[in-house]
Design a protein around this ligand. Structure first.
Ligand code: ADP
Ligand code: GLC
Length: 479
């Protein structure tokens, strides 16, 4: 089985969120299952620096519309995973993150940047490819790769089938109608059964319509996105394809996120040596300028500061929360209003609340290890990785019952298997009540240990999910 895995980011080189983690870990796990995988990503500066010797192996040309000729370079990760880099410096050699410039504004030519990524994927999956490796399936991820199934459908010579994984339905890649020709798509693709979506050209809609199979990153999210409330305008289409839509829960990288070996944290520990975790708490308090208090529970937050993550619910109840009393550390970046609200909170209550705005991989690990409990009150959460990192680090998560959070966290009310705290309503009162329950449990050390150990015993690796993907690939190719 040959799979071309296409993504717009890949950890550790280029990562803005969970997609980057998945694009690194899932292909590696698939290889371990005997699947022949290549990962196709844009040749961002970080990747070119990491792999200066990557050789050009092909030059796709005549791609249509305003899509430029480009190169494909080949590199290998330390573990031997082949990376194919789409090389066109005017598109990818830019400061900022993959999607936006240093000022936080989306690049105005994102349709061409990710249109090219999608188009090259389709080129590799068609009979015009000059490469000597031909994928059975092009596996796309999110809107940035969404036109690959569309090109495979509309252009001649398609050989590969396609799978699209939805990591987040909120981002659909919608552009003006005029981009249709720029992207080299035929006029008849502008259709409700094509790429048109509410008057825009939508990469994701096109993907969902034209791929052979749709997956998403948890069973609960697979159900939720078929409802009008959570379907973000695409529920009808997803319901039509319900027989070709599977939720496969993400795993986590058990080596990168292992408290027993994690090089980022002050003191390593495992389930049998949980007392050592106290040193990580003390180190985190020191690093973040919080009072060194062992008698207060320390809550951690890491993530994008956006409406999705429900982190405005936390600032709304912050005063009551800290009056428990408790401490809180926050690491994140995102919408300015959220950043301001958290900064103000830290200024008002500096002994109890510490906030770091920015992206810091090491600090994310130290928060997972040093916090007593982890907060994830998401309004929606396709899968969520941080709650799984928390489980692995003996830092029980407090989560809203949605998407992958609901599929991975079991409420402490079930003493046998409970590993965290779950609440239903997306409002401040429900969140506060869940935190109150967690703080109460934290004050009962025996009960708390049990919760921690239940979480640490969960099977969270990629082996199971990779097997599910491998079986799905077989089924699609056989169909
Ligand atoms: P999403 O992809 O929606 O942002 P996930 O929970 O799936 O949410 O994944 C987020 C990933 O990004 C995790 O690996 C998390 O540790 C990381 N992350 C998010 N924000 C930051 C940050 N400010 N600094 C470091 N890592 C971060
Ligand atoms: C998205 C989702 C997140 C998921 C991640 C990886 O960014 O918001 O819930 O864990 O993708 O699949």
């Amino acid at each position: 089985m040959k799979i071309l895995f296409v993504a717009s980011e890949i950890a550790p080189w280029v990562k803005t969120g969970g997609l980057g983690d998945v694009a690194a870990a899932l292909p590696a796990a698939l290889r371990a299952e005997g699947v022949d995988v290549r990962v196709l990503v844009p040749a961002y500066p970080a990747l070119k620096q990491a792999f200066p010797d990557a050789c050009e192996i092909a030059r796709p040309h005549w791609l249509g519309g305003q899509l430029p000729n480009c190169g494909i370079r080949e590199a290998h990760t330390d573990d031997g995973l082949p990376l194919w880099l789409v090389d066109f410096p005017p598109f990818y050699d830019r400061a900022g993150n993959p999607y936006s410039g240093p000022q936080g504004l989306d690049w105005p030519d994102n349709h061409l940047r990710f249109g090219l990524l999608s188009r090259v994927a389709a080129w590799i999956g068609s009979d015009v490819s000059t490469l000597d490796w031909h994928p059975d399936i092009v596996h796309c991820n999110d809107w940035q790769t969404g036109l690959a199934p569309v090109y495979l459908r509309y252009l001649p010579g398609a050989v590969a089938k396609s799978v699209v994984t939805v990591h987040n339905l909120a981002f659909q890649g919608r552009f003006a109608r005029s981009t249709l020709a720029e992207l080299g798509l035929p006029a008849h693709a502008w259709h409700v059964n094509g790429v048109e979506s509410y008057g825009y050209l939508s990469f994701l809609k096109g993907a969902l319509k034209h791929c052979d199979w749709i997956t998403t990153v948890s069973p609960s999210y697979a159900r939720e996105i078929q409802t009008d409330v959570e379907g973000m305008g695409l529920a009808g289409l997803l319901r039509q394809r319900t027989g070709e839509l599977t939720g496969i829960l993400n795993g986590i990288d058990l080596d990168a996120w292992n408290p027993a070996t994690d090089p980022f944290i002050a003191r390593n520990y495992d389930a049998a040596h949980l007392a050592a975790k106290a040193a990580d708490k003390a180190a985190l308090q020191l690093e973040m300028g919080l009072e060194d208090r062992t008698d207060l529970p320390l809550l951690g937050i890491v993530g994008r500061l956006t409406h999705q993550k429900g982190l405005d619910l936390v600032t709304e109840i912050a005063e009551s929360l800290l009056a428990f009393p408790a401490q809180i550390v926050v690491l994140g970046s995102g919408e300015k209003t959220f950043e301001v609200a958290y900064r103000e909170l830290a200024q008002r209550l500096p002994d109890q609340c510490a906030v770091r705005i920015g992206f810091d991989e090491g600090l994310a690990h130290r928060i997972e290890a040093g916090a007593d409990m982890f907060l994830m009150p998401s309004r929606f959460e396709p899968c969520g990785l941080n709650q799984m990192y928390s489980l692995r680090y003996g830092t029980p998560p407090i989560v809203r019952a949605t998407g992958g959070l609901a599929d991975t966290v079991t409420d402490a009310i079930d003493e046998k298997i409970g590993n965290g705290f779950v609440f239903a309503a997306a409002n401040p009162a429900a969140l506060l009540a869940a935190i109150q329950r967690a703080v109460d449990a934290w004050h009962e050390p025996k009960r708390w240990r049990r919760l921690q150990k239940n979480g640490m015993a969960c099977n969270l690796g990629w082996t199971g999910p990779a097997r599910q993907y491998a079986e799905l690939y077989e089924q699609i190719v056989d169909a």
